[in-house]
Design a protein around this ligand. Structure first.
Ligand code: IMP
Ligand code: MG
Length: 179
């Protein structure tokens, strides 16, 4: 635990996460063995998940990164701007977008639509976490690590104010101080 400044309640241990990541990786390995994908990791939150996921596959895959910022105020319903674009040509390639968490779905919708314009052969989406009661998504999420309630969570790449990404488990931030 990096600090007792924060009130943290663990909801998924490192072992639970890695077990789930291995299952998803096995599924992805089977599906793409004859035409390996390019993983596109959405920075910054998904970098740890992406690292564990690709190492748990046995594919001759590639990886690239994309970064967006959503200007929000109180919710993430704001406009999205691109901070860093991909640098691999994805035309006619299988793409797997790797996201840390889907909340409203705005970010993933924006990125899927953006990448579709580059004419990949296919686009799939894997997210470690998905907040239920979300989303008016008009497409499916191919792999979801865990569904969670709408509390704010940190760890395993997910941040609060750029911090706490280094925690090995996933924690609800805030919680009850006495727990
Ligand atoms: P969406 O566009 O509302 O789906 O928001 C997705 C993005 O918001 C994610 O990529 C995260 O960066 C961030 N986010 C949403 N919920 C959380 C959370 O509980 N903890 C940390 N980041 C979050
Ligand atoms: Mg993110």
């Amino acid at each position: 635990m990096p600090s007792n400044k924060y009130s943290l309640k663990e909801i998924f241990t490192e072992k639970q996460i890695l077990d789930r990541v291995k299952k998803i990786a096995f599924d992805i390995s089977n599906k793409y063995f004859d035409d390996p994908p390019i993983f596109i990791s959405i920075l910054k939150g998904s970098f740890i998940f992406a690292a564990d996921l690709i190492r748990a596959t046995n594919l001759d895959s590639e990886i690239d990164f994309i970064e967006v910022a959503s200007y929000s105020g109180t919710s993430s319903k704001g406009s999205i701007t691109l901070k860093k674009d991909i640098s691999i040509n994805i035309k006619n390639r299988n793409i797997i977008i790797v996201e840390d968490i889907i909340d409203t779905g705005i970010t993933i919708k924006f990125l899927k639509e953006k990448l579709e314009k580059l004419e990949p052969k296919s686009i799939a989406i894997v997210t470690l976490l998905m907040k239920t009661q979300v989303q008016n998504l008009d497409f499916k999420i191919d792999w979801v690590g865990f569904e969670i309630t709408p509390e704010f969570v940190v760890g395993y790449g997910l941040d609060f104010d750029q911090k706490l990404r280094n925690l090995r488990g996933i924690y609800i931030l805030g919680g009850n101080e006495s727990e």
